[in-house]
Design a binder for this molecule. Structure first.
Ligand code: ADP
Ligand code: MG
Length: 678
């Protein structure tokens, strides 16, 4: 409108302003209309009545029916927000942010005012906030400062079917406080059929079902197993694009790297298609994607083009992307797996469950009949996929939550009211680990150190490293390392056409041989020295956004360090001190180079490899003893973020875990160069 008016001669800015305002109002009105079209709207009264009549209700409805965006608004509209905030938890950060943005938009307010969100290291709420979306992990931490959640009038535990570790613990805590906070309204929202189980757990709470509008979805399987699902996915996208009627495509892959590869391959292969084929808009979506690019998946596809969204299981139930008619399901997702026997946790590409496969297929039939292409065989679906996904609590390291629960005063963990209890071995392992870290005493009670560790929203190993840094006089440095490690492996980029330059830039940061932790420290410090120069980040192939995130995280860690009275000390040249502090936290994650040239974890003798992205890969001689930040399994079991250490540190720093025989090293003498070097 304003452009048309600009073309005219005698238009005042006032006219333009009021036209713009009218356009915005119209847009807002049509949004209000579309709110009424959602399946949940017909159930508004039923829902509100159930909330009035009961303290806890279970709400079940197909993805896209309006549970997440509408229900908090309904509760707000009828006045619950006058008694306290309306909270809504999400298992994923991206979902919390994007849903909050959507609802702020629907309510015509600025994000962070009436509608806000809170995720780890980022609080976008204010005094005015009435509706607060947050990750389940953040609500868990809120129990530390507000054990009765008194600032809330309603709490929605959303995406309950995902059964994340935090959500499972929240179930127990919420059930517990519901007994003495009779005014707190609780809604457990789920996209699938576990409703009965939730209801039983919450003392037979009533179930409100929101029937979705579902169109039939044709399921197509591959005839033979696919050797390379990524390639199969690309070929399928192109086939759909060339042969099928209009409609957007949603592809499920497992993670950022895969999605980026798929994006590149698709760009490359569509170039050759010529101008007669419609444009294919490629839109990735995964947790660490910058939010302005995340928003692109929701943009309406322009006529004469087709959108293909390539995402992780984030698009399974927590985000609804309009316009999808075709789903391509590779059949895998990334899952943490934990072996309580060995204490090893790793992120594995794992086959999905039948329940997940069905959710994925459902994404194709929201607005019209659709098709789902499964890149696996019908036999495999039937016989190889588990019926449902195992709850995270049964396949993950419990260190963080056990520390949190101990801080909340829950001492008898074995008898905590879990919906599905974790394996006893995992619990015991977590207790042992916290004992080894010094967070618990030999009676399993929280120590002063443990109390300080619990203040940090970090893995206990990382909190311990921070607390230990004081002793080595390097708390400023370790704070930086922890902040950089918390920015998921996204610090460096490596464009294919400038790979050599990028590698050289990176090698410069690794000079001195301190390994990846020190490399990250050098990057950050140099960026600070250049006064946060953008030019400098370009020249050094460092992702500025990642550094800015690290700076924010660092600031918060600094605040928390003040709170637990960690003295701020700095010595940029004491890289050994930094590595010793890291060792004080991560002494479980150590490996030793054996005579065959392979790394084995020190205690369990499990073969592991240095990840190709590590700066240590470039050394002619590998360090004999290393500490790693985490294990990731792709084609091999890889250690990510690796630092050389000395064997004697282990007995010095963690004497209750390492005995002299563990670190005896008959071959050290044969490799004299190394001792000099590190
Ligand atoms: P549920 O929680 O039941 O899965 P949601 O409340 O998330 O459903 O979504 C309801 C509807 O709101 C979706 O069908 C979609 O049309 C719309 N919607 C949600 N988020 C966005 C967004 N960011 N942009 C555009 N539309 C959205
Ligand atoms: Mg939802």
């Amino acid at each position: 409108i304003s452009q048309q008016m600009m073309a005219g001669q005698n238009v005042t800015t006032e006219d333009i302003k009021s036209a713009r305002k009218r356009a915005e109002e119209n847009q807002h009105l049509s949004m209000l209309e579309s709110r009424k079209q959602l399946p949940i709207y017909a159930y508004r009264e039923v829902l509100l009545q159930a909330v009035r009549d009961h303290q806890v209700i279970i709400m079940v409805g197909e993805t896209g029916s309006g549970k997440t965006t509408q229900v908090p608004q309904y509760l707000h509209e009828v006045g619950y927000s006058e008694m306290g905030m309306i909270g809504c938890t999400q298992p994923r950060r991206v979902a919390a942010m994007s849903v909050a943005a959507r609802v702020a938009h629907e309510m015509n307010t600025k994000l962070g005012n009436e509608v806000g969100y809170s995720i780890r290291f980022e609080d976008c709420t204010s005094e005015k906030t009435k509706i607060k979306y947050m990750t389940d992990g953040m609500l868990l931490r809120e129990f530390l400062t507000e054990p009765d959640l008194k600032s809330y009038s309603c709490m929605i535990i959303d995406e309950a079917h995902e059964r994340t570790l935090s959500t499972d613990i929240l179930f127990g805590l919420i059930k517990d406080i519901s007994r003495y906070r009779e005014d707190l309204k609780i809604i457990i929202a789920s996209a699938t059929l576990d409703a009965e189980k939730f209801s039983e757990y919450f003392d037979n709470a009533p179930i409100v079902k929101i029937p979705g509008r579902m169109f039939p979805v044709d399921i197509l399987y591959t005839r033979a197993p696919e050797a390379d699902y990524l390639d199969a996915a690309i070929v399928t996208v192109l086939q759909i694009h060339i042969t099928q009627p209009p409609g957007d495509i949603l592809v499920f892959l497992t993670g950022q790297e895969e999605i980026e590869t798929a994006e590149e391959l698709l760009l490359f292969r569509t170039r050759g298609l010529g101008s007669r084929i419609r444009e294919l808009l490629i839109r990735p979506i995964y947790a660490t994607l910058p939010s302005e690019r995340q928003a692109q998946v929701f943009e309406v596809t322009p006529p004469n083009s087709r959108k293909v969204v390539i995402g992780t299981n984030i698009a399974e139930t927590s985000l609804t992307i309009p316009g999808i008619c075709y789903v391509i399901d590779a059949g895998f997702c990334k899952q943490t797996n934990y072996n309580p026997q060995t204490g090893m946790e790793s992120l594995l590409v794992t086959p999905i469950s039948q329940a997940m496969a069905n959710q994925r297929a459902g994404r194709a039939g929201r607005t019209q009949p659709g098709k789902c292409f499964r890149l696996y065989t019908a036999w495999s679906y039937k016989h190889e996929l588990d019926e449902t996904t195992i709850p995270e609590i049964q396949r993950t390291n419990l260190g963080t939550v056990v520390l949190l629960m101990k801080s909340l005063g829950i001492n008898d963990l074995l008898h905590f009211d879990f919906m599905d209890p974790p394996p006893e071995k995992s619990l015991i392992r977590a207790l042992e680990q916290l004992y080894a870290l010094g967070a618990l005493n030999d009676r399993g009670e929280l120590t002063k150190l443990g109390r300080r560790m619990a203040e940090f929203p970090l893995d206990p190993m990382m909190s311990k490293a921070l607390l230990a840094s004081e002793k080595y006089g390097v708390s400023e440095e370790v704070m930086t390392v922890c902040a950089m490690l918390s920015v998921n492996n996204t610090i460096f980029y490596r464009p294919k056409d400038k790979a050599v330059h990028a590698d050289n830039a990176r090698l410069n940061f690794a000079r001195g041989g301190g390994g990846d932790h020190i490399c990250l420290l050098n990057v950050y410090n140099q960026w600070v020295e250049t006064n946060y120069s953008t030019q400098w980040t370009y020249e050094n192939f460092v992702v500025m956004r990642a550094l800015k995130t690290a700076r924010d995280i660092r600031e918060q860690l600094a605040g928390l360090c003040d709170r637990v009275e960690i003295e701020k000390t700095s010595n940029p040249h004491n890289t050994e001190g930094v590595r010793k502090a890291m060792c004080a936290g991560f002494f479980y994650n150590t490996a030793k180079l054996d005579s065959s040239g392979a790394y084995k974890t020190v205690k369990q003798k499990h073969t592991v490899h240095i990840h190709p992205s590590s700066c240590l890969v470039k050394l002619e001689e590998m360090p004999r003893w290393v500490l790693y930040h985490e294990l990731a399994f792709t084609s091999k079991e890889y250690m990510r973020q690796v630092a050389p250490i000395k064997a004697e540190w282990l007995t010095e720093i963690a004497p209750h875990y390492y005995k002299t025989k563990d670190v005896e090293d008959s071959t050290t003498k044969k490799m004299p160069k190394l001792t000099g070097r590190f």
